[in-house]
Design a protein around this ligand. Structure first.
Ligand code: FCB
Length: 455
């Protein structure tokens, strides 16, 4: 398949398709202690020596908390009709339980109203990893009580913003919080324990289901869903060991989340593999997790190649790599969307994150990030191809609006279509932003033409 070519053939997406850019609170806001915000597990984790590649943290980040208005002007200027952002739980309820922080809620209210005033639909994520530290001190996501605190948090945010946002996603990438946060331990809170990771994954899914139920009971009008990081898993060779291992890793990455959400049970092979480390599941949990949702968010960056012998060297794949060292594999996005569509009965899917880190250089007010232009163009082409094959897609969002704090990689990796000079906080549209704006203008013109010809 040549997805780039397919895109060039004047393909036009449905008029109501959501075109967006995405960010998350901890990665851009800064203002870590301003206006009553409490500490999150990422504020704590950044202080662990060696945890962050450049020893940085989120204290200042992109100063979006102060610069949100001009940042929203940039968003509007791109011509997108959707903006995906997250609410910082410790900014609106500093201890995770107890008192709410009016100044924090006011900030998100201004942000949402600012988006609406600019004609951009707000796509809100409740949990993009920044759990209040006080809840972590009581066991965090490993503690079942956190599930109930999350439901309260969802209701509190809904109370203030629910009437104005287009969409609410409960969690961003539960696999990352469970696996990187609690099994591998290279992300906050830095736990390294497989049994805890499995319990955390279960509590995240359970809190998702219970929050969706509670929001529905409140008459929530926004679309409700969850965002998963998914990828096609492929064996490094045809050797039976590699193939068997690939099935298991697909189980841990994809089916462990998709099966409970859409089939109501955990995959038996992964349960067997976990053995004594399998999570405690109480009566009623699986039914709650399977509560119907309005959309599934899919974050896609690369494929996953599995070798039974140990970590696979990406250089063997012969594909171009991004600055994260991730393989660039747009056809994997079509494969993934097709597979999800075939294996599950799904609501519309959105690509809620897709993009690349590259070594950008700012010269005379320009960043010629042609590798990123190619990346985004080919991945949009891959979405178009899945749609052509019958997959129902609701939107596509670029990660990210701005260069930002890339977790354990700190500020060394740049994902933005808008460059940030961290010393001056100056924003500069990269060529990828200019390309996206132009692409969206052409999409709009094509839908207007389609309306006038009755197409
Ligand atoms: C995803 C995260 C997002 C960003 C991208 C590069 O896993 O959701 O915050 O860091 O990766």
């Amino acid at each position: 398949m040549n997805s780039a070519l397919y895109l060039d053939q004047a393909h036009h997406f449905p008029r109501e398709f959501a075109w967006g850019v995405a960010t998350s609170a901890f990665q851009i806001e800064g203002a870590a202690q301003a206006d009553g915000k409490g500490p999150s597990i990422w504020d704590t984790f950044c202080k662990v020596p060696g945890a962050i590649a450049d020893a940085s943290d989120g204290t200042v980040a992109c100063e979006h908390y102060q610069r949100w208005e001009s940042d929203l002007d940039i968003v509007a200027n791109l011509g997108v009709n959707a903006y995906r952002f997250s609410v910082s739980w410790p900014r609106v309820r500093p201890g995770g339980a107890g008192a709410w922080n009016a100044q924090g809620l006011d900030f998100y209210e201004r942000l949402v109203d600012g988006l609406l005033a600019r004609g951009v639909a707000p796509y809100l994520t409740l949990n993009h990893w920044d759990l209040p530290q006080e809840l972590q001190d009581q066991g965090g996501w490993a503690n079942r009580d956190t599930v109930h605190r999350f439901v309260e948090y969802a209701l509190g945010v809904h109370d203030r913003l629910g009437d104005r946002v287009a969409s609410i996603a409960t969690h961003n990438e539960p696999w990352v919080m469970a696996m990187l946060g609690h099994e591998i331990g290279n992300f906050a809170p830095g736990v390294k324990n497989r049994a805890i990771a499995a319990q955390v994954a279960h509590h995240l899914l359970l809190s998702h289901g219970l929050a969706v139920q509670a929001l529905r009971a409140e008459g929530c009008k926004a679309d409700l869903g969850i965002v998963l990081n998914l990828s096609p898993t492929q064996p490094a060779t045809n050797a039976p060991e590699d193939q068997a291992r690939t099935v298991l890793e697909d189980g841990r990455l994809v089916r462990w989340y998709m099966d409970p959400l859409f089939k109501g049970s955990y995959p038996a092979d992964v349960m067997n593999h976990l053995g004594e480390d399998a999570p405690t599941v109480e009566a009623g949990d699986m039914a709650a997790i399977q509560t119907p949702i309005d959309f599934l968010g899919v974050n896609y960056y690369t494929r996953t190649v599995i070798s039974a012998a140990g970590p696979w060297d990406v250089k063997q794949g012969g594909l171009e790599l991004s600055d994260m060292g991730w393989e660039i594999y747009p056809e994997g996005l079509t494969q993934l969307l097709m597979r999800l569509h075939q294996d599950y009965s799904l609501p519309p899917m959105y690509v809620t994150e897709n993009g690349g880190a590259f070594k950008d250089e700012l010269h005379n007010g320009r960043v010629h990030d042609l590798a990123r232009v190619k990346y985004i163009k080919e991945h949009i082409g891959a979405v178009a191809e899945a749609m052509r094959q019958g997959v129902k897609m609701g939107g596509y969002m670029v990660w990210s609006l701005l260069d930002n704090f890339e977790w354990a990689s700190g500020y060394e990796k740049r994902f933005g279509i808008v460059h940030v000079d961290y010393a001056s906080q100056q924003r500069t549209l990269k060529d990828s932003a200019l390309w996206y704006r132009n692409f969206l203008q052409r999409q709009k013109a094509a839908s207007l033409a389609a309306v006038s010809t009755g197409d």
